[in-house]
Every structure is written in C-alpha cells, then in structure tokens.
Design a protein around this ligand. Structure first.
Ligand code: FAD
Length: 455
C-alpha cells in the first residue's frame, strides 16, 4: 500500500528535485538531560527534595501538616506553565484514583482526584454514566485538569470544571474540607479552578449523563470557506472544532454529534504522522512558501473524510506523541475569528519555520471565579511549536493579538501575563485571594510562580 507520506515526498521531489530534499536530513537535537521531574514538553524542570504519593487521605493529611517548605500537587505534568515545579515536596495522587461511589438517580459520581481521565470512562459506563465532554487528550488527572479549567469543545458546553458538583480538599493545616453549592459555597466557586493553590483536591463529585455514542466526522476544507461556515457549524454540532494548517490554505473541521449508529470507523489519519508530514514540508520548503502552499494544499485535497462512531469516552481524545509547547487564549466569541485571521497573517508573514496547526475551539461561558470562560462564551485559539524549537519570538508576536481582543490565557499554557494584568481580567480575583488565604495562610502551596500571582 502506498503510504501517505510517500505521496508527499513524490510531489516535493517532482517539483523541487533531490537538492531540495537535503534539508530533510537536518538532525533534531534530543535535548536529553538528567533531571528528576519535568513536564510533558520538557519546558518545566525541577529537583524536588521529595516526591510522594500517599495511599490514603489520612497519610496525605499528615504529610501536608508536617511538610516543611513548599508543597505542590502534580497530576500528569501536562501543563506548560510553572504551576507544578518545586524544590521541596511534590505530591502525586496517583494512588488515589478511580470511582469512590455513584448516585444512580442523579447520574453523579464521586471520583478520586488522581484518576486519569482515560481511566474513568469504562468504569463509569459500567455504572450507567458518562462524562458530558472531554478534552482532546485523556492523559490528564482529574484534579489537574480542573485546576487549569481544561476544556473540550462545544459552543453549548462549559469547561470540565462546570461539571463539578462537589469537592474535597486537604488544606495547608492538613484538614479535610468539603464544599459544594450549599456548603462552603465561596470555597466551591474558588476550588473548581484553583491552579492547585488552595490545597490538594482529593475527591471530586461530577454531574454526568447516561452513556452515549458519538459520531465523529473530520472533513478537509479550503480555509476561507471553512471560516465562512465556522460560526454556523459551531451552533449546529454538539462539539465543533477546526484546525488551520500553516502555509497550506487548508483546514479541517472535527465535529461530534450524538448518534445511535453502529460502532465503526473509516481509515484514519494518525495525527502524529500528520504533524511530522507538516514538519517534513517545512524542512524541505521553508524558503519557498508559495511552493509549500501549492504542494501542501494539493496534497490535503486528496485526504479522504473520516467518520468514527464510538462510545463517547473513546471518541474525544487522540494520542499526541509529537511533543510541543503551546499558548492558548480564550477570547470573547465575537472576536475569535477576527483574531484568528490576524494570527494566521502574522504567522505566515514572519514565521516560516512554524509547521504546527492552529487549533480553534468553542466553550460556553460560566460563573467560576478563575475560569477563563467566566461570564462569556469563548473561542479558544491555540498555537504550538515543536518541543525542540524556540517558541519565544513566535508566541511573543501572537500574544498581543489575543490580549488586544480581551483574551484570557489558559492557565496551563504558556503566557506572559502577571498578577497586574490578570486581576483586571477576573472580576472575582480578590475573592479568590481571600479564600486562598483562608485555606493556606502560610503560603505552603505557593511556588515562586504562584506567589507572583497570588501574594
Ligand atoms: C498534549 C496535550 C494536550 C492537551 N489538551 C488539552 C485540551 O484539549 N484542553 C485543555 O483545556 N487543555 C489541554 N491541555 C492542557 C492540560 O489539560 C492542562 O494543563 C491540565 O491542567 C493538565 O493536567 P495534569 O493532570 O497533567 O496536571 P499538571 O499539569 O500536573 O498540574 C496542573 C495543575 O493542577 C494542579 N494539581 C494537580 N493535581 C492536583 C490535586 N490533586 N489537587 C490540587 N491541584 C492539583 C497542579 O498543582 C497544577 O497547578 C493539554 C496539554 C497537553 C500537553
């Protein structure tokens, strides 16, 4: 069978000749370092004095109460910002994972905070429940994903924290504190998106729905046509997102809708393979943007649409094996597409080395104090750079576009905003600070980055 990457190579060789291919042999630096902890992309590193994974809430209480120095909870290490690093104590809830109990009548489940999202779907289904939505990977821990207001996509669906109906935390004194809309309601509004700055989240009660099946459809489009139909598609489909592929003039839409169809799938493009194809095109054709667009555009028009029908929890996430660094801002929906046009213009005018797609998603507004979706429906725009390449100049050029349109950064993704900028963007910022001081008067949970935000 002819591999898709061979088709691309043949197109390039035909139009450029073998000399142009020489650039593809440029070695990538591996960047190997001996380090005790690093995040997924390798952009955050630290050497904690101790790394602990308590086996019970009681053990955790003793640990936190007796800890000297900073204590930082860690999930799957999938955040790009300096939320986790500490030289003192790093706490993982990897041993506190799984379903605690379910309320069958209300379709609610209490889950351990250390549960990985990818491990929740199957047991929940066996108990007659499914999560309302999920992000585009399922590696994250539940508590870690909530801490940064992780979102999936869906114009009528809130971020993951909006599904939470109750939480249990261990504060800096080692006390267990429970909260929901009726009890400790202020803490609840702060804890649903907390950056891990209020305490260690041990249990989370989530509002679920009955198990459902999703039909996922991926379709390629001329990008200008895609932009024209994006808003209507966002309103029409349960989950709608799209990608722009730099220097191609092409994008694809990715939609999910409820279905009763039989489970099955057409042949799929492996997203990791797809990104590496874009990298090859960049390596070969960086100096010839018009040719890059001609070749990539012609190539992408040959890619068939994909349809996958699956159980909900198997049909949201993809494997992301090609590592990158990322900046994502959540913008008021009405400004999102204009901002996107400017991001594309800036990228293509100044950053020919960039090959990672731009990702665009929709999320419904909410009332959670530190949610970037607070008070408004949003379009989220994410830009990426290969983990081994310097993202600074590119992100520095794009970020002012997001800021100009009133964007709020994803808490887990690279941005340069500091306390002074952020407090203007969050009407309940000071309320959060008050709750934080009550939960942690001595600042045990503040590493330097969080101290800069909240002290
Ligand atoms: C490949 C990739 C794909 C991604 N896709 C998406 C996506 O589709 N949508 C999206 O919104 N984001 C996405 N993200 C970002 C990611 O969802 C967030 O950064 C998320 O917070 C990571 O969860 P984690 O379990 O890795 O937590 P970590 O990154 O380890 O920690 C994140 C925060 O949670 C805190 N925390 C962890 N455990 C606890 C606990 N038990 N109690 C209190 N605080 C805790 C940490 O202290 C920290 O502040 C993606 C990231 C990557 C690398």
């Amino acid at each position: 069978m002819i591999k898709r990457r061979d088709i691309l190579a043949t197109l390039v060789a035909a139009m450029v000749g073998p000399a142009g291919l020489a650039r593809a042999t440029m070695p990538a630096s591996t960047g190997k370092r001996r380090i005790p902890w690093r995040n997924w992309s390798g952009s955050q590193v630290c050497r904690p004095l101790q790394r602990v994974a308590p086996a019970s809430v009681e053990d955790l209480q003793v640990l936190v109460a007796e800890a000297r120095g900073t204590v930082r909870p860690v999930g799957a290490g999938h955040s790009f910002t300096a939320l986790v690093p500490t030289d003192d104590t790093m706490v993982s809830l990897s041993r506190l994972s799984g379903v605690v109990d379910v309320d069958k009548d209300r379709l609610q489940a209490t889950l351990w905070g250390g549960s990985r999202l990818g491990d929740i779907g199957r047991p929940l289904e066996a108990m007659g429940q499914a999560m309302v939505n999920m992000p585009d990977i399922d590696e994250q821990s539940l508590a870690g994903c909530l801490a940064t207001a992780t979102h999936g996509t869906g114009a009528d669906i809130g971020c993951m924290s909006t599904f939470v109906t109750g939480m249990q935390l261990v504060n800096s004194r080692g006390d267990v504190v429970e909260c929901d809309a009726q009890h400790n309601a202020e803490l609840f509004q702060a804890a649903k998106v907390s950056l891990g700055a209020l305490g260690i989240v041990t249990q989370v009660k989530v509002q679920n729905v009955a198990p459902y099946r999703l039909r996922r459809e991926v379709v390629w489009h001329e990008f200008e046509a895609l932009l024209d139909s994006a808003e209507a598609m966002a309103d029409r489909h349960r989950n709608f997102e799209f990608f722009y592929l730099p220097f191609s003039g092409m994008g694809f839409t990715d939609v999910h809708d409820l279905t009763q169809d039989a489970i099955g799938a057409t042949e799929k493009v492996d997203p990791n393979e797809g990104v590496m194809e874009l990298k090859l095109a960049r390596d070969w054709l960086e100096d010839y943007p018009w040719l890059r667009e001609l070749i990539l555009g012609s190539y992408m028009r040959t890619i068939a649409d994909e349809v996958t029908v699956e159980r909900s929890w198997k049909n949201y996430a993809s494997e992301r094996n090609v590592r990158f660094n990322e900046m994502e801002y959540h913008l008021p929906r009405e400004h999102g597409l204009q901002a996107l046009r400017e991001v594309r213009e800036t990228l293509e005018a100044r950053y020919r080395a960039v090959f990672f797609p731009i990702e665009v998603r929709y999320t419904k507004g909410d009332d959670i104090w530190l949610s970037p979706f607070y008070g408004r429906d949003c379009i989220s725009i994410a830009v990426h750079r290969y983990f081994d390449e310097d993202y600074t100049a590119y992100f520095k050029s794009i970020e002012p576009i997001f800021v100009k349109y009133g964007g709020r950064p994803h808490w887990g993704k690279i941005n340069t905003l500091r306390a002074n900028d952020l407090r203007k963007l969050y009407p309940r910022w000071h309320d959060f600070l008050t709750v934080r001081r009550e939960m942690d008067p001595v600042g045990k949970f503040l590493n330097p980055y969080l101290a800069g935000l909240f002290r």
